[in-house]
Write a protein that binds this ligand. Structure first.
Ligand code: FE
Length: 223
């Protein structure tokens, strides 16, 4: 499926790309509700909006954005990383309060080939800007599926002094070096005054009926 990014300049491929992009979020959501991602069974339901206008389609294009081929820049780990986080795709649960946030996207190589079974380890502050350094609240790792896709259910992190709103993540293709970086939210008042902030690490974020939906594709330089 991510191969669509490569050929999107071709008009026919672009149409196909738009159609697939329209179906993708539904397929992903359906798969997510069902547990481990399956590419079968959801396609027929995903075609339920054939009347969608180009405007609607382009809005839906925010998932997934194209692969740039440019390696995702690394950033400082910061003081709060803890190895050994539990494997889980949702960081929500008892005691976790805040605006629901879904982050999803792909892990690509610089050749824009999706990377299956890439490891992603997320950690973030709670809605008050505090990290759980005693346990593993708002910490968790997961692996991309066969299509190189990941999806995280979490909450919007709070800010803490000196930093704009951000989420930490480590990403590693099998047998490759670990990329440590951070993800940012567009339109934040403190983005420009945060010396660590990079516009290259901005997620695409949209409001949904129950929170926020963000997309970000990682690009890894493989050795
Ligand atoms: Fe931090």
């Amino acid at each position: 499926m991510p191969k669509q990014h490569i050929s999107s300049e071709n008009p026919i491929s672009r149409r196909s790309f738009l159609q697939q992009s329209l179906t993708l979020p539904l397929a992903v959501l359906l798969a997510a509700c069902a547990g481990p991602v399956s590419t079968t069974g959801s396609a027929s339901q995903a075609t339920a909006s054939p009347q969608a206008s180009p405007r609607v389609q382009s809005t839906t294009l925010s998932s997934p954005p194209a692969c740039s081929g440019t390696p995702t820049p690394s950033q400082t780990e910061g003081p709060y990383y803890k190895a050994g986080s539990p494997e889980r795709t949702s960081l929500q649960g008892p005691g976790i309060v805040g605006t629901s946030l879904t982050i999803r996207g792909y892990v690509f190589s610089t050749a824009c080939q999706p990377i299956a079974h890439a490891w992603l380890d997320f950690w973030q502050a709670d809605s008050d800007g505090n990290y759980d350094n005693a346990g593993f609240k708002l910490r968790g790792h997961q692996f991309t599926d066969k299509q190189g896709h990941y999806q995280l259910e979490t909450i919007v992190p709070g800010e803490y002094p000196g930093r704009t709103r951000h989420i930490h993540v480590k990403v590693q293709a099998p047998g490759q070096a670990v990329l440590t970086t951070q993800l940012y939210f567009p339109g934040e008042p403190h983005n420009e005054s945060d010396s660590i902030f990079s516009p290259d690490l901005l997620m695409q974020v949209q409001n949904t009926s129950n929170g926020q939906l963000a997309t970000f594709n990682f690009v890894l330089a493989l050795q």
